[in-house]
Ligand binder design. Structure first.
Ligand SMILES: Nc1ncnc2c1ncn2[C@@H]1O[C@H](COP(=O)(O)OP(=O)(O)O)[C@@H](O)[C@H]1O
Ligand SMILES: [Mg+2]
Length: 263
């Protein structure tokens, strides 16, 4: 993002709350989330189903504006960013990889990938050129003119990721990007996210798979709408319950023991 400096956190949430329903049915999907994410972090978010992960990602991605608490994006309160500017940020600076990939079934692969560019005003020819380039990167160039239903689950997922990245976003939000994929396809996608992280992009990824958190630089777990654990805030080491005998004492005891034996 243009105004991002290394020091300003990309995302800063304070006491974030999100409520669904009314009256007796009212429930907090987010119940006071405090979270600061620095530029270039790769954050993995884990937690049981229903704990608020998708709700959190939607708010971070400016897709949901009805919440309580503070959200600063690049040091700027989101409340103070105009709707137009927010739309600009959504289309140019944030890449979304959704749980269900939402490819448009009647468009072929290259058109699907080019879609975000077409939306942001790039001409059709230019957007197809850029889409073709990114599809090459994802080893999908031979599938450009296939329809979505002709691809495997893993290929569709790679198309969805290519589409999320076609605008070169600096923040990538991924909601279980490896969803129902086999281990090999999952690792291909994780390698791609890791490569994006290595060139300085910020990645926030929800996952159920603990094995995949090894790609992340930080792991957060959520529980009941709150942050439960955060690997960056290292817990203080516990004091050992039993003091280890000092080496000298042990040595003395040993020599005494030996002497007794000799006697
Ligand atoms: N549109 C909605 N209307 C009512 N409740 C919702 C809605 N979206 C999510 N919730 C509730 O908010 C909670 C958090 O949901 P979600 O963020 O989808 O959890 P997760 O992604 O961690 O599985 C759940 O209890 C869910 O039922
Ligand atoms: Mg979810």
């Amino acid at each position: 993002m243009a105004i991002t400096t290394k020091k300003t956190p990309v995302i800063k949430l304070r006491d974030l709350k999100k409520r669904f329903g009314i009256g007796d049915a009212e429930a907090y999907a987010l119940d006071g989330v405090d979270l600061t994410i620095k530029n270039g972090e790769f954050v993995a978010i884990m937690g049981p189903s229903g704990c608020g992960k998708t709700t959190l990602l939607n708010i971070i991605g400016l897709l949901d504006r009805s919440y309580f608490g503070q959200y600063e994006l690049d040091g700027k309160p989101v409340d103070s960013i105009s709707r137009r500017k927010q739309a600009f940020i959504r289309s140019k600076q944030i890449g979304y990889i959704f749980q269900n990939f939402n490819l448009v079934p009647r468009l072929n692969i290259i058109e699907n990938v080019a879609l975000p560019l077409t939306y942001s005003g790039v001409t059709r020819v230019n957007s197809l050129i850029v889409a073709s380039d990114i599809l090459k990167l994802f080893h999908l160039n031979e599938r450009e003119y296939y329809m979505p239903h002709q691809l495997s689950g893993g290929q569709i997922q790679r198309v969805a990721i290519a589409r999320a990245l076609v605008n070169k976003p600096t923040i990538i939000l991924a909601d279980e990007p490896t969803g129902n994929l086999d281990s090999r396809s999952s690792h291909i996608i994780m390698e791609e996210l890791a490569a994006l992280h290595s060139v300085g992009n910020t990645i926030i990824m929800v996952t159920h798979n603990a094995n995949l958190t090894t790609y992340a630089s930080r792991v957060i777990t959520m529980l009941d709408g709150k942050i439960d654990t955060d690997s960056r805030e290292m817990p203080k080491p516990e004091k050992p319950k039993h003091k280890r005998p000092k080496a000298k004492k042990t040595k003395k005891k040993l020599t005494a023991k030996l002497k007794r034996k000799k006697k």
